[in-house]
Design a protein around this ligand. Structure first.
Ligand code: FEO
Length: 407
């Protein structure tokens, strides 16, 4: 277990979670990493830690550079346990000296709410030092400037910035769930990184667009020179092109700017009728020259569907009526969307039924709650709900009913 130097005297000492496949409900097909950074200066500083089960790996990496007991400062940019889980073990190692733990005001509260009762993890003897916007500390040659980023994506979240190195340590922001032997975006490839950053944004950061915008504004107003972004998950960005592209994507996603030419049809089906409707809707969009993606929730995880929902202007959701309501897969998606709050979309609900036919109403209500524009009210259109098995005429009718959807 070796540390890896990413800038002069700054080392990656994190851990790769190769087997992670579920991150609180988000499917992480490529695993992830928890990136912690060790700065060797007059004040030896550890920025963030790793998930608790990988703490020994982090400590081994630190040991490859220095005796961990020599750490003077610890910075906790974020309380969530994928970054603070290793803190109790580290603070225990440092308990004989007065190591200072820098964190935001909400960071201190959050850490105290996490590490209180268990005697091994008890934080009562940690030497907290709260930092606020504009605060900085000198490590010797290097300075760490703190930029609180509340609700990007927790109240305690914070960015650390080292001006002498043009190095941004933004914790969760700009992250991607990728487990890789390579540390850098240019070794993994921009297309993969972009795809995983989009999925990460859609599933973690999406509800906090306004907060992201204010962080981007603050970073821009402070004129921070940045030539490396080292997030707490996934790979590090070290080329100007990738840094510019990622910031541009965050501008786009946080302003809820959709791709005008993109539609996504997300559905589940019992006996293939709702799927036939989905195919008819796809052919309608193709005739309008709108790129359209079909997502069957029997085959695709809701967290993958979220990425396309975030990016598309048109979001069409279908379910047959099952037991007077919708299929559980579609229910799970709508619940997930309610929390993640994609917005500025044009929506449409559709589905087949046998005798009662409530599914379209349920879906439409959920999309209206999200304030989607619904130029074609499915509940008022016989074409959106089809009994048993659609005929060709039914499907043509459905396509005709969609004309006012595309602008
Ligand atoms: Fe990567 Fe909010 O934790």
């Amino acid at each position: 277990m070796k540390a890896r130097e990413i800038k002069p005297n700054v080392y990656w000492v994190g851990a790769v979670d190769w087997n992670l496949r579920n991150f609180h409900g988000y499917s992480t097909d490529k695993g992830s990493s928890y990136n912690a950074y060790l700065i060797i200066d007059e004040k030896i500083t550890l920025v963030d830690t790793v998930k608790y089960h990988l703490v020994d790996e982090m400590i081994e990496r630190i040991k490859s550079v220095i005796d961990p007991a020599k750490i003077d400062y610890v910075i906790s940019n974020h309380v969530e346990m994928d970054h603070s889980g290793g803190l109790p073990a580290i603070m225990k190692l440092l308990s004989s000296k007065s190591t200072t733990l820098f964190t935001s005001v909400n960071g201190e509260k959050g850490l105290k709410n996490h590490y209180h009762s268990n005697s091994t993890n008890n934080c009562s003897n940690w030497n907290f030092k709260k930092v606020v916007a504009g605060d900085s500390i000198s490590l010797g040659k290097y300075t760490v400037k703190f930029i609180p980023t509340p609700m990007v994506h927790w109240p305690d979240s914070m960015i650390s910035y080292i001006p002498e190195l043009k190095l941004l340590l933004p914790n969760d922001a700009f992250g991607q769930h990728i487990a890789s032997a390579s540390l850098y975006e240019d070794e993994v490839g921009w297309d993969i990184v972009k795809m995983e950053a989009a999925k990460y944004y859609a599933n973690i950061v999406l509800p906090y667009g306004k907060n992201v915008q204010s962080v981007l504004k603050s970073v821009s107003e402070q004129n921070l020179a940045i030539d490396m972004i080292a997030p707490s998950h996934g790979v590090i960005l070290r080329t100007n092109t990738s840094i510019e592209k990622m910031i541009h994507l965050y501008q786009k996603w946080s302003s809820y700017t959709a791709d005008d030419n993109k539609a996504v049809i997300v559905y589940d089906t019992m006996w293939g009728s709702t799927e036939k409707m989905a195919h008819a809707i796809k052919s309608f969009f193709e005739e309008k020259m709108v790129a359209t993606k079909m997502i069957s929730l029997s085959h695709t995880h809701i967290s993958d569907a979220m990425t396309d929902i975030m990016e598309a202007k048109y979001v069409l959701i279908g379910s047959p009526t099952l037991n007077n309501t919708i299929m559980p897969t579609v229910g799970a998606l709508l619940t997930y969307m309610k929390g993640l709050r994609p917005t500025k979309k044009i929506g449409f609900a559709f589905g087949s039924f046998g005798w009662s036919g409530q599914s379209v109403k349920h879906i439409e209500e959920a999309l209206r709650e999200l304030e989607f524009e619904m130029p074609v009210a499915a509940t008022a259109s016989a074409a959106a709900s089809i009994k048993y098995i659609p005929t060709n005429d039914d499907l043509e009718n459905l396509k005709r009913s969609l004309h006012s959807l595309v602008r």
